[in-house]
Design a protein around this ligand. Structure first.
Ligand code: HEM
Length: 390
């Protein structure tokens, strides 16, 4: 097959698009049709994607009107939203907020995360024999954790989950609906920041305001943490549980030896690499990558999901191997924008798998994989609904 366009839709639930895997073999840096009549560079080899994501001349700054991750830019809206800005502003904010998400700090949250997962499971199991897992487990766990860290009242979870879902579902919503959802979430965080300006609380935004963040930056950061902090992890929880229930030999390995769970989480992160738009950048100058000349103003797409199946780095890449030791995957990106919340996401995933495996030994899928509603179009790959029984 000759590949002419970047096809971001996944058709096999367990694989990146076949066209991308083919590109990795045939033309690892390729200038192809992409979307809205535009072309972009598709980069599919692990080493090239790493090089690209490490180099800040490939910009994340959404105030470039042509930035490929643009998605409805509102002037000023990205102030403080570190995913969407470049150094030096990026580094100044990131280096401070990073203290909140170190391995050490997050490991102290284990008892609370265990409680959150236990409560969600209690509610899910209570007097019932089946449930929709996304609503009852995958979303509540990360949503409650990030709400607590930010000082967002969890009672508002339906509001922020609903608007994040609109923003994150390009399969079923149009750009104007997404811009409206962003506006509502920003207004909501704005009110929260206003309240923190009057009276600080015991939360990340209060501490960042104390450390010198201005109110506008706090809104951008709070907005980003709220949306990045729950929908992504929820998708990984659902995909991980689906995989274990669909592939009983994998589940059995974790039952026999729960110490494999952290390695399983890492391998599932690599295998699914859900953040479809994590590697979108705009070239700010002419430069070369993988032997190809990229020009200033070109859109560049580091396809981390395909790079994470690169056989030169991950032998037998399409096999799920819990003992692989896949720490050099790029499911959390790479370089200066590498995921700030990765330690929290890992902890949540580990605790969910520990408790599900231990507490619900009869858990099973109610639908065949072919009938499951996947989020095929991104920006994050995942599952909209997952019916399970026990
Ligand atoms: C399994 C769950 C998650 C996945 C797969 C994921 C993936 C990613 C990826 C790929 C990036 C890099 C984007 C880029 O280079 O443009 C990123 C950045 C980011 N993520 Fe996550 N993420 C997850 C969970 C979280 C959580 C729980 C939080 C917050 C608590 C979070 C907060 C952020 C932030 C703030 C950034 C921007 C960092 C920067 O630009 O310096 N993420 N994430």
């Amino acid at each position: 097959m000759t590949v002419n366009a970047i096809q971001t839709r996944r058709t096999d639930p367990y694989s990146p698009p076949a066209e991308h895997l083919e590109l990795q073999g045939d033309e690892p840096v390729a200038f192809l049709d992409w979307r809205d009549g535009r072309k972009a560079w598709a980069i599919t080899k692990h080493a090239d994607v790493r090089t690209m994501l490490s180099d800040v001349r490939f910009s994340s700054d959404r105030s470039y009107p042509d930035h490929p991750a643009h998605g409805g830019y509102v002037p000023g809206a990205h102030k403080g939203a570190i995913i969407a800005i470049d150094p030096p502003e990026h580094s100044a904010i990131r280096s401070r907020v990073m203290n909140e998400f170190t391995v050490k700090k997050i490991s102290l949250m284990r008892p609370r995360i265990e409680e959150i997962v236990a409560e969600a499971l209690d509610a899910m199991l209570d007097g019932k024999s089946e449930a929709e897992l996304v609503k009852e487990l995958s979303l509540p766990v990360p949503a409650m954790a990030i709400a607590e860290l930010l000082g967002v009242p969890y009672e508002d979870h339906e509001f922020f989950e609903h608007n994040t879902a609109i923003f994150a579902d390009s399969s079923h919503t149009d750009p104007s609906q997404r811009v409206e959802a962003i506006g509502k979430l920003r207004d909501y965080i704005s009110k929260l920041v206003d309240a923190r300006m009057d009276a600080r609380g015991n939360d990340i935004l209060s501490r960042q305001l104390d450390a010198g963040l201005d109110a506008e930056e706090a809104v951008g950061l709070g907005f980003l943490l709220l949306i990045a902090g729950h929908e992504t992890t929820a998708n990984m929880i659902s995909l991980s549980i689906m995989t274990l229930l669909d592939k009983p030999d994998l589940l059995q390995q974790l039952r026999d030896d729960p110490s494999l769970i952290p390695g399983a989480v890492e391998e599932l992160l690599r295998y699914f690499t859900i953040a479809e738009v994590g590697g979108l950048r705009l070239a700010t100058t002419d430069l070369e990558i993988g032997g190809k000349r990229i020009h200033a103003g070109d859109a560049v797409y580091g396809l981390t999901n395909t790079a994470n199946r690169d056989p030169e780095v991950f032998p037998d890449p399409h096999t799920i191997d819990f003992k692989r030791g896949a720490r050099n995957h790029m499911a959390f990106g790479f370089g200066p924008h590498q995921c700030l919340g990765q330690n929290l996401a890992r902890l949540e995933l580990v605790v969910v798998l520990e408790q599900v495996i231990q507490r619900v030994p009869t858990l099973r899928l109610l639908d065949p994989i072919s009938a499951i509603a996947f989020k095929e179009w991104g920006p994050n790959y995942g599952i909209s609904e997952l019916r399970v029984a026990w």
